[in-house]
Design a protein around this ligand. Structure first.
Ligand code: IPE
Ligand code: IPE
Ligand code: MG
Length: 253
C-alpha cells in the first residue's frame, strides 16, 4: 500500500543574501569544450587539442588562485565521452597523469587541494593511481580546491543518490519525511561543496551536456566562443568581472 508523501516545506521565509554585485564567485565550474575543433582547424589530430588543453588548465588554475576563487570544478571527462573512439579515450584519460607529473609541485606550492567527482572506480588504473596520489598529497592544503569531474554525469549522480537514499531508508538510517533538498544534496558527489556561482562553457555550444544539473539550479552562466586551448587568463578574468555585475535574485525581488 502506498501512502501520500507530503512535499517538504517550501515556504522558507529566511532572507537570502542576493546582493552579490561586486563579490567574486566562490565556486567556478567550467565545461572545457572545443579541443577537437581547435586541432582540426590546424589540420592536426583531435588529440593535439586535448594536449594543448592541458596548458590552458594550468593557466586557469593559476588565475583562479589569484582571483581568490575557492573551488574550481573542471569537466574533464563525461560519462557520455565513452562513446568516442578508444584511442581518443585512452589519450584523454592519460592526461591527468601527464598534467600532474608536470604541475603537481607547483600546485602544492600554491596550496591547492585536488579532489574529484564522478564514478572514479570505473576509470583505468593509470588515471586512478595518478589522481589518487595527488589527492592524498594535497589533502591537507586549504587553498583553492581543484575539483576534477572525471567520468562524471549528472544523471548517473542523481540516480546513484536515489538508490543510496532508498537503501538508507530501508536500513532506518534516514526518515523519509526528513528528506528535503538540503538532505538530498548530501547524497551527491558534491556533498560538502557549495553550488557553483558561475558556470563557464567554452567552445561555443550552449548546453550543459549532463553537467551538474542539480547544482546549477541558480548558477550564473557564461558561454564563450573561445575554444578551450585558447581560453586564457584574460577570458577568465572577464567572465568573473561579468559575473560581478549580475544581480542574483533566487526567486526573490
Ligand atoms: C572537450 O573538447 C574535451 C572533452 C570532451 C574531453 P572536445 O573533444 O569535445 O572538442 P570538440 O567539442 O570536439 O571541439
Ligand atoms: C562536454 O563536452 C564534456 C566535457 C567537456 C568533458 P562534450 O563535447 O562531450 O559535449 P557534447 O557532446 O558536445 O554535448
Ligand atoms: Mg565537445
Amino acid at each position: 500500500m502506498s501512502r501520500k508523501i507530503p512535499f517538504f516545506n517550501t515556504k522558507k521565509t529566511k532572507e537570502i543574501e542576493t546582493e552579490t554585485e561586486g563579490i567574486a564567485p566562490k565556486h567556478v565550474a567550467i565545461i572545457m569544450d572545443g579541443n577537437g575543433r581547435w586541432a582540426q582547424k590546424r589540420g592536426l589530430p583531435r588529440i593535439a587539442g586535448h594536449k594543448e588543453g592541458v596548458t590552458a588548465v594550468n593557466k586557469i588554475v593559476k588565475e583562479a588562485v589569484k582571483s581568490n576563487v575557492k573551488i574550481l570544478t573542471l569537466y574533464t571527462f563525461s560519462t557520455e565521452n565513452w562513446k568516442r573512439p578508444k584511442s581518443e579515450i585512452d589519450f584523454i584519460l592519460r592526461l591527468p597523469k601527464e598534467f600532474l607529473h608536470i604541475y603537481l609541485p607547483e600546485l602544492i606550492s600554491n596550496n591547492v587541494r585536488i579532489d574529484t567527482i564522478g564514478d572514479f572506480d570505473a576509470l583505468p588504473d593509470y588515471t586512478k593511481d595518478a589522481v589518487q596520489y595527488a589527492v592524498d598529497k594535497t589533502k591537507n592544503n586549504d587553498g583553492l580546491l581543484l575539483n576534477f569531474a572525471l567520468n562524471y554525469g549528472s544523471r548517473l549522480e542523481i540516480v546513484h543518490a536515489v538508490k543510496q537514499i532508498i537503501n538508507d531508508i530501508d536500513e532506518s538510517k534516514l526518515l523519509i519525511d526528513s528528506l528535503d533538498d538540503n538532505q538530498f544534496s548530501k547524497y551527491l558527489f558534491t556533498n560538502g561543496l557549495s553550488d557553483p556561482d558561475l558556470l563557464i562553457r567554452t567552445g561555443g555550444e550552449q548546453r550543459l551536456s549532463n553537467f551538474m544539473l542539480w547544482q546549477l539550479a541558480y548558477t550564473e552562466f557564461c558561454f564563450s566562443d573561445v575554444l578551450w586551448p585558447d581560453f586564457n587568463e584574460t577570458n577568465f578574468k572577464n567572465a568573473i568581472e561579468d559575473y560581478k555585475q549580475r544581480k542574483r535574485r533566487y526567486g526573490g525581488i
